[in-house]
Structure formats: C-alpha cells, structure tokens
Design a protein around this ligand. Structure first.
Ligand code: C5P
Length: 222
C-alpha cells in the first residue's frame, strides 16, 4: 500500500472533454486536452492517495498508480463518478459538455432536400457531476473542488459558480484563445474558497497540480 501524507485517502479526479454523439460518426466536443486533470491525478497519487481518474477521450497515457476509468459521454462519466464508492476528495477538472443532442441517430444523418437545408439539432442538459458530488448529504466528500473555464469576468462567474454548485473551492481560469491555456502546457488560475480569492502566477499545469495537491493535503489534515 501507499505511503505519503494522503495515504489511506480516496480521491476522485474527472478529466478531459466529453463526446456527445449526434450519429454513429459525428459528435459534439470541446478543446479540453485532459492535461490539468491527469497532472492532478499524478500529484495526488505521488502524495499517497488512492486515486480514481475518470476521463473522457484524450490522447494522454494514464499516470502510473491510479485507477483509470475511460468514458466518452457525460452520462457515462456521471455513472462512473457516482458508482465508484466514497471519496475523501473530489476534483472535477473535466470539461463536461453541458448539453447533448437529444437524440443519437442510429445511422449517419444524410443530406436530403434542398442543397442549403441543414438538420436542426435539439440540445438537452447533461447531468452536472460536480453539483451532484457537492450536494449536502452523508456520502459527500469532505472536500469538493470544481474548475471554472471562463472567457470573461472570470472571478465573478467563478464565485457565482462555487455558490451555485455548492463546492468548497473553485479553480478559475481564463480560457480565451489568446491565453493559450486550453490545450497548452501552462495554466494561470485563481483559487476561490468560501472566504478567499487567491490569484496564482502563471505556471506549468504540473506545478498547478502539485500546489493544489499540497493545499488539499493541508486542508484534509486540519
Ligand atoms: O457549469 P460549468 O460547466 O462551467 O462548470 C464547470 C465545473 O463543473 C467543472 O468543475 C466541471 O468539471 C464541472 N461540471 C460537471 N458536470 C457537468 C458540467 C460541469 O462536473 N455536466
């Protein structure tokens, strides 16, 4: 068994994008690479935690020493996150699709009718994994951390999100294209708790992961 300050603690990390099928060959997705979540899973495992990493489709190798559960859709990610037992800490880094096409066509959707006609796509909401994990109740992890990828008013939106989703901390970042953060190697985050707003300097995603894992360790041992 593992050694380190998080030995005996169970940690859940969600990561990556989700893919929401339209038909057997097409899907809706986003630009998440999974790097921040994979780095965090590795950092928590290095500190001795028993880590379950639930990830959507990414092109990264799972970190050594973590339980890796792969999925495609938000509904699959939700089932894996909720069905893997009790966790002391849950960190939701996944860029879960907020909506999915209402219907997945059984066959590839064909062009029909007028040359400029296009099929309408009706979207329906996906389950909110973070909000469900953070909801008060006997099985709630002691610490639930969300991420907030925003393109404007980062702190205001993230602060509102923390309250709405009832998570303990939100790690907010600006994912506007000019930042190069989504899909890049670096991150610049603001850690928002119930009573503090801390802007961290820009650093590698590995360093963000290590510092966040360190903070989680301190919080769990208090
Ligand atoms: O609402 P929004 O998608 O901006 O919230 C982002 C945070 O919520 C992230 O921590 C993300 O992992 C989590 N989330 C989730 N399930 C969803 C949507 C978001 O766990 N369906």
């Amino acid at each position: 068994s593992k050694v380190g300050p998080l030995a005996g603690r169970r940690a859940l990390v969600t990561a990556g994008p989700t893919h929401e099928p339209l038909d057997p060959v097409r899907y809706l997705a986003n630009r998440s690479s999974g790097q921040q979540g994979f780095a965090l899973a590795a950092a928590l495992a290095d500190l001795g935690a028993d880590v379950t990493l639930v990830s959507g489709p990414v092109s990264l190798p799972p970190p050594a020493g973590v339980t890796y559960l792969a999925c495609e859709t938000a509904r699959e990610m939700h089932a894996l996150a909720m069905g893997s037992g009790h966790f002391d800490v849950a960190v939701c880094t996944a860029a879960v699709a907020d909506w999915r096409p209402e219907h997945e066509a059984g066959q590839k959707i064909k062009k029909t009718g007028a040359p400029d006609a296009a099929p309408p796509i009706k979207l329906v909401p996906n389950p909110d994994i973070l909000a469900e994990l953070a909801a008060p109740g006997p099985g709630r992890p002691k610490l639930v951390v969300g991420f907030a990828a925003e393109t404007e008013n980062v702190i205001a939106h993230a602060t509102a999100k923390r309250q709405r989703k009832q998570c303990d901390w939100i790690v907010a970042n600006d994912v506007s294209p000019q930042t190069g953060i989504m899909g890049g190697q670096e991150n610049q985050v603001v850690l928002i708790t119930a009573d503090s707003v801390e802007a961290w300097p820009r650093m590698s995603k590995a360093d963000v992961a290590n510092q966040l894992a360190e903070r989680i360790t301190v919080w769990l041992s208090e």
